[in-house]
Design a protein around this ligand. Structure first.
Ligand code: GLP
Length: 255
């Protein structure tokens, strides 16, 4: 098992640990190409980065994992809007240096191809941040029979629609777009380093299957077992179904 696992007391400590790792990366490489994620999990990280006015993001670039189909960037439910509110408006990264797939593009196939090309022509992702869905999805790569490749259009599962409705659409599944553009799983694992966050009991199944289960596209995050530089930062509740939890907690203290 090559992945590093850091188990934290709670969400706050998880956010503090990932913030430290982000700052370390930025200081070591100011021109870092970030791969960023949406969802509630990275909000604590974004809040902390936003408060650190001493950090210089002017040389770095960022590519987000995904975006809902048909939502324009100025739609408050879009991931573009989310990223601006939570992070980009608070740090000194210029608008021309951060990118998300455009779910409202007329030609979504070309949009996906162009997005992959843009990532490649910028040298690829240095540090990819991931959250995880309750069904083990990363980005919007839902459980399936095959690991997806590049950026593509995805049909969201009922579970993901429900999870996201509960958090961001006042519980109304009818308001959640049913499709999204997402970087593919194989594209995600091209990143040089990956940090994946999980908090809360509802992530415990996905975490244990991804870390200790078989590598299978039925649990998309399980592909991370094959990557050389992955750090899981998960709180105790999210770690509660790991079989080797005690051993891992010991490892954490040593880290
Ligand atoms: C969405 C996003 C994922 C995110 C997941 C978990 O489906 N596309 O990138 O990791 O939700 O979200 P949360 O962090 O809110 O639990």
């Amino acid at each position: 098992m090559k992945n590093k696992i850091i188990i934290t007391k709670d969400y706050k400590e998880m956010s503090e640990v990932v913030t430290k790792l982000f700052i370390k990366q930025l200081l070591e490489k100011p021109s870092t190409v970030w791969g960023l994620a949406t969802g509630s999990t990275p909000v604590g990280l974004y809040e902390r980065l936003g408060k650190r006015k001493d950090l210089d993001f002017s040389k770095s670039k960022s590519f987000n994992l995904d975006e809902y189909e048909s939502l324009k960037p100025d739609d408050p439910q879009s991931y573009y809007y989310f990223m601006q509110e939570e992070l980009f408006s608070k740090i000194n990264i210029s608008e021309s240096n951060y990118f998300l797939p455009n779910g409202a593009a007329e030609d979504l196939v070309s949009e996906c191809k162009n997005y992959d090309f843009l990532i490649k022509s910028n040298g690829g992702i240095d540090l990819q941040l991931l959250g995880i869905g309750t069904n083990g999805h990363v980005g919007f790569n839902e459980p399936s029979n095959k690991f997806s490749d590049g950026t593509h259009l995805v049909d969201l599962t009922d579970q993901t629609i429900k999870d996201n409705a509960d958090k961001y659409f006042e519980g109304n599944t009818n308001l959640v777009p049913k499709r999204a553009l997402s970087m593919g799983t194989m594209q995600i694992v091209k990143a040089k380093k990956i940090i994946i966050l999980a908090s809360g009991k509802n992530k415990a199944w996905a975490v244990s299957e991804s870390i200790e289960g078989t590598v299978t596209p039925k649990v998309p995050a399980s592909i991370l077992q094959k990557h050389d530089d992955v750090t899981w930062i998960i709180d105790k509740a999210a770690a509660s179904k790991l079989k080797n939890r005690n051993k891992l907690e010991l490892t954490t203290k040593v880290l």
